[in-house]
Design a protein around this ligand. Structure first.
Ligand SMILES: C[S@@+](CC[C@H](N)C(=O)[O-])C[C@H]1O[C@@H](n2cnc3c(N)ncnc32)[C@H](O)[C@@H]1O
Length: 283
């Protein structure tokens, strides 16, 4: 697929994450690179670690982890455009053989057992049957290796009105991504890691916010404030162009912003939602 030559119809028909990658969105998880850095620390990543990032998207976090910790990283995703963008990113950053991207499904990882020291997902396991996926992550982990996840949670037993709004956001994200989406509780995440026979499970709850540190890390990872500002401008231009040109894409953005408002901005609902950084160790 030659991206530059895509017609509007082909762009409209891209899957949600391929479309966002085509647009140039660098990553799709809350907590930014600060959460990625914290998760890597919880997984005890060092320069000798061999890390697998499942659902790596455009490889922004994978390249950041490889650069910050000096480790090697393999990223897999089912979205073709995302993987192409990830390869371009690694090449532009000169990460050479330390970082590799390829198509791959979380349920059927294209690797031998006991291959990796760490397996990470950021905003991916929430779209998966976690019990099934975590067993597959454990299969490719070496004994003593760590699974680390950054995924959203929601509180249980909340007022009916908030419950209904959050269910509406879940419906919206399921519809636009065409992936099953419902938010588990933080306790569910812990239980699912334990079900995969991981030990020393830790679940840290966090609230969605953007910090100055995030913005600095993001700008540094992009090669400076100038590049960061240019990416922001090009995203604005791309979004405006597609919003004007396509009713289908316009509706998608409208839905997306409604879902985000419910989960991240409306006080009555967002106070019941956050993200976990959770880890467990293969015995
Ligand atoms: C919310 S995005 C997160 C991307 C990336 N981890 C990040 O933080 O920017 C979810 C990603 O999971 C990928 N994905 C969904 N189901 C998958 C599966 N079964 N196997 C591998 N990747 C999957 C999607 O294609 C998408 O790139």
């Amino acid at each position: 697929m030659q991206e530059n030559a895509l017609s509007m119809k082909e762009i409209e028909d891209l899957g949600y994450y391929d479309f966002m990658s085509h647009l140039g969105v660098p990553y799709f998880h809350v907590g930014g690179l600060t959460s990625t850095e914290r998760l890597a620390e919880l997984c005890r990543i060092n320069k000798d670690s061999k890390v697998l990032m499942v659902g790596c998207g455009t490889g922004f976090s994978a390249c950041f982890v490889a650069q910050s910790f000096g480790c090697s990283v393999v990223g897999v995703d089912i979205a073709e455009v995302s993987i192409r963008k990830a390869k371009e990113r690694a090449e532009a950053l000169g990460l050479g053989e330390r970082v590799e991207f390829r198509m791959g499904d979380a349920y059927d990882l294209p690797f031998e057992p006991d291959t990796f020291d760490v397996v990470i997902t950021e905003f991916v396991s929430q779209f998966l049957d976690a019990n099934r996926a975590f067993r597959e992550f454990v299969r490719v982990l070496k004994p003593g290796g760590m699974v680390g996840i950054n995924e959203m949670y929601r509180d249980r037993n909340i007022p009916q009105a908030s419950e209904e709004e959050i269910m509406e956001a879940e419906r919206i994200f399921g519809e636009i991504t065409q992936l099953p989406f419902s938010l588990p509780s933080s306790e569910d995440w812990g239980q699912w890691l334990q079900n995969a026979e991981l030990s020393d499970v830790q679940v840290h709850k966090n609230k969605v916010s953007v910090s100055v540190k995030d913005l600095k890390l993001m700008s540094k990872s992009m090669g400076g404030f100038g590049k960061f500002a240019r990416l922001f401008m090009s995203l604005m231009v791309g979004m405006t162009r597609y919003t004007l040109a396509s009713k289908k894409i316009r509706n998608r953005f409208r839905q997306l912003s409604k879902g985000k408002r419910i989960l991240m901005r409306n006080r009555s609902t967002s106070k019941h939602v956050g993200y976990v950084l959770a880890v467990g160790r293969k015995v």
